[in-house]
Write a protein that binds this ligand. Structure first.
Ligand code: MG
Length: 381
């Protein structure tokens, strides 16, 4: 079964979809995207397609090795995300060719449903408490939020107390049955995290994500020693080699993104490596339906899976949402706070190709917000 065609579609709100066709008529879908750098990833996919056209679609691992290492220069978000989207499409095709979901090819299901969390937002304790009640009403038993938005790398006592009060409000509204994840978004210096996290311990958050920037990962060990709150990181790490050092620092939850960290092939291996450190898997996924579908396949097959992110209701634009590119959105029904183990072959979703082609006629220009401090210097988003 030879690969005959690879196309990419830049679709709103900020995604890039990949469609791979074979000479036997089977089609696979992937989502190779770096948010805000869709054109760069599309260019990388086009370069990699030169090699793939005419190749055997069943040789997923061999293609992964060649695409990751055969260009001599390797690593980083653009290359790893291009490989990720291609890898997802290859697994989709293989599953469809064998008429099984991808998780059957990863050793079979180790769970029957996948626990999801939802984002909550609010700029005051009251707003966050309201958002918590809304999430509970929608069926979720886990939420994530940033306790502060624009925060200086080393902020004031008032800022620190406001963050603690925000967390207290979420715990108060949700009770102890609710799992609360914190996302610091790499906004804090290691010193700031070491100061803030112990003040938050009494509220027993599930984990804290990106307690400092990925380029400061060597300091995660110091932060881990300063707090009992489990550390999570990984949305800006791109391979098992990137994860090796953070696991050694005492990270408890790994968060590779199925569309950034080399796809299903590599995230499966990152999960297994995390297991040797007693760390759990919580894939990052503020992305589209194909990335989520790939995540769910790995979650179903991974013994150390903890919880899954998803982008429903995350407002980037007024455009299409997570469900709008699916012919059967029910596969992502999360009314119970869980997604049921998918039954359909491949990635388990049917993409509405007509909608994808229609939306791609007006490509998005999504970019990250650029934040500045009061003195007009750059501030982490
Ligand atoms: Mg994050």
């Amino acid at each position: 079964m030879k690969i005959t065609k690879i196309e990419t579609f830049q679709v709103p709100p900020r995604w890039l979809f990949l469609r791979m066709e074979t000479d036997e008529g089977l089609v696979g879908w992937g989502e190779p995207i770096v948010e805000g750098r869709a054109d760069s990833v599309a260019a990388a996919v086009a370069e990699m397609a030169d090699y793939l056209i005419g190749e055997d679609a069943s040789r997923i691992e061999d293609h992964w090795q060649v695409l990751t290492k055969g260009g001599f220069y390797r690593g980083g978000p653009v290359f790893a995300s291009a490989v990720a989207g291609i890898d997802q499409a290859l697994w989709d095709i293989k599953g469809k060719a064998l008429d099984v979901p991808v998780y059957e090819l990863l050793g079979g299901a180790v769970r029957d449903k996948v626990r999801m969390y939802t984002w909550i937002h609010g700029d005051s304790p009251e707003a966050l408490a309201d958002a918590t009640r809304t999430a509970l009403g929608a069926g979720f038993n886990a939420v994530k939020f940033c306790p502060a938005t624009k925060v200086a790398p080393m902020d004031t006592a008032a800022s620190i107390r406001s963050m603690v009060n925000n967390l207290a409000a979420v715990r108060g509204a949700g009770g102890d049955e609710l799992d609360i994840a914190l996302d610091f978004h790499g906004r804090f210096t290691p010193a700031m995290s070491r100061r803030v996290l112990p003040l938050m311990e009494e509220f027993l958050p599930m984990f804290v994500e990106e307690a400092t920037l990925p380029e400061l990962s060597a300091d995660l060990g110091l932060i881990a020693q300063a707090t009992s709150i489990p550390l999570a990181t990984g949305e800006r790490l791109y391979s098992r080699w990137d994860f090796r050092s953070v696991l050694g620092c005492g990270v408890s939850v790994v968060q590779p993104d199925l569309s950034h960290a080399g796809g299903i092939s590599e995230v499966r291996r990152i999960a297994a490596m995390a297991e040797t450190y007693g760390a759990l898997l919580a894939p990052h996924c503020p992305l589209g339906p194909i990335a989520l579908a790939a995540s769910v396949q790995v979650d179903v097959a991974s013994p150390n899976f903890l919880i899954q992110e998803q982008s429903r209701g995350v407002e980037y634009t007024d455009g299409p949402d997570l469900f709008d590119y699916l012919a059967d959105p029910q596969v992502f029904n999360m009314d119970t706070g869980y997604i049921e183990r998918p039954a359909a072959p491949g990635l388990g979703v049917v993409i509405d190709e007509e909608r994808v082609r229609f939306e791609a006629r007006t490509p998005h220009q999504w970019r990250n917000s650029i934040w500045r401090q009061s003195d007009n210097s750059f501030l982490e988003w």
